[in-house]
Each structure stands twice: as C-alpha cells, then as structure tokens.
Design a protein around this ligand. Structure first.
Ligand SMILES: [Zn+2]
Length: 269
C-alpha cells in the first residue's frame, strides 16, 4: 500500500510535468473506484494546473475552478506517459495534458479515489485530519500532551489520522524500533523525553524514505516500468523470526487492530 513517502515521491515526480501545463480533458475508463469518480472530473476542459500539493496521503491538483483530490488506495499509481501510449487493463483515468503527455492512473484493486472539491477546508475526506508529521506543529510537546490519559497501545495510537497523518503500519513499527519503545505500551506511559525522541524518529524515518524515493523518480517517465515505489531496508517490519539488526534477538510479531506489528523484544522497552 502506498504510504506517505510514496505519495510524496509521486507528488514530486508528477509536479514538474503538470504545473504550467493545461489539462485538455480527462478520460475516465472506469469510474468505479472506492467512490465514483466525480462528474466534474469527467467534464474537465482546458484547466491549467496551478500547483500539485499533498495532504496526508491525498494528492491535491489545484485548478482555477477547484481541486482534484487523488488517493492511491491500496494499489494505485500515477505515471506521466507519452500521449500516444495505449492504456492497459487497469489504467482507469487519464488527464490529457497540453504538453503531449498524459497523467495516467493505474489501480488494479480500485480502492483509490478521484474526487472534486471547491473548498479544501470543507472537504469530508480532509477536514478531520491531524497535523502533518513533517510540520513543526507535530512535536514532542504535542505528542506528550495528546498521550495523557490514553490507555491505547502506542502503536495503533500513532496510526490514528486524528493524532498525526501518514504514520502507516510500516512507519509506526520502524519508528518505535528506532526509538526503542515497545509497541504494546500504553500511550500514557510515554514520558516527555520519549515523546520528543519518538517524534524526531518518525520525522527521520519518513524523510529518509522520501529521500530514497527520490532515486526512483525516473520511473514516472517509464512507459512500461513498474510504479515508482521503492524497496528500502526495513529494521523490523516483515522480519518476524529474523535476527534484530541491532542485537541479534529474533524479531517478534503481534497484532494490533488486525494489523501486524513487528518489534525486537530486547531493544524495545
Ligand atoms: Zn534488538
């Protein structure tokens, strides 16, 4: 599933090809995504792209008359392709651009979304979201204050979009390992230095992933390549039974809210 670094990598990949160009029209081959593709997107014509932004895992294309909100769902990806390249089976939406390219959306599982919005602040998918993890408003004091009285295990608590956006399953597991914090601990058991450390770790893990994603930006221009997601060296995620990279103890896994959690029983307290 694309997580925040992959979405940010997608944003950086498509931005230079879209900003300054005009959407001539959209081609919607299959409207049945997580929600039906908004009718305003079907009807687009001659709209310049003013900016390409990101909020949580949503990509936001700013047009003079409103915003296209794109979510990649479980399996969605975006590529910039030559205009003449024929679509394949799961290529559900194209934005045909004035510069001879198309922004092509591919999504085998169709859990993604293409929505239209004229007021981001009133958007039902964006309005409830917590702070961005890389912005200054997400800091140790904030996390510590929010953790007071919270008995929830810290790992699913971190994944709550109302607390902070974009800390998905992989990044929650990885950040807790790097911070040395056991995922089963109640959030209220965090002390202030641990909250500071955890916030710094989350930012560092996400930034490193975004930087690694930068090396795959060329993939957005490949007509036949895989989407530009990147494999990175993970410390604990998906490594149950394998030796901890720090101490050699076998990595363990447990379940929180039906999601697998991976941790080192020795390094994380
Ligand atoms: Zn260890």
């Amino acid at each position: 599933m694309p997580e925040l670094p992959e979405v940010e990598t997608s944003r950086r990949g498509i931005e230079p090809h879209l900003v300054g160009a005009t959407i001539l029209h959209a081609v919607v081959r299959n409207s049945r995504l997580r929600w039906p593709v908004s009718h305003e997107i079907h009807a687009l014509s001659d709209q310049p792209v003013l900016s390409v932004q990101r909020r949580a895992k949503y990509l936001l294309l700013e047009l003079p008359t409103g915003w296209i909100i794109i979510h990649l769902g479980m399996s969605g990806s975006l590529r910039m392709l030559p205009h003449e390249l024929p679509p394949a089976k799961h290529d559900h939406v194209d934005l045909v651009m004035s510069n001879g390219k198309v922004l092509r959306y591919t999504d085998p599982r169709r859990f993604g979304a293409w929505l239209w919005c004229t007021d981001l602040a009133a958007s039902s998918v964006l309005s409830h979201l917590g702070p961005e993890p890389l912005e200054d408003s997400f800091n140790g004091a904030y996390l510590f204050a929010k953790s007071r009285g919270k008995r929830t295990a810290i790992k699913p608590w971190l994944m709550d979009n109302k607390l902070v956006v974009g800390v998905g399953n992989i990044y929650a597991s990885e950040s807790l390992f790097v911070a040395g914090i056991h995922p089963d601990r109640p959030a209220m058991a965090l002390n202030e230095p641990e909250a500071e450390l955890l916030v710094a770790t989350i930012k560092a893990v996400l930034l490193r992933s975004i930087e690694q994603g930068g090396t795959t930006l060329r993939d957005f221009l490949q007509s036949d390549g895989k989407p530009g997601y990147f494999a990175q060296e993970l410390q604990v995620y998906g490594r149950a039974g394998e030796p901890c990279r720090a101490c050699g103890t076998p990595i363990e896994s447990s379940k929180h809210a039906q999601r697998s959690t991976f941790f080192c029983p020795r390094c994380q307290k």
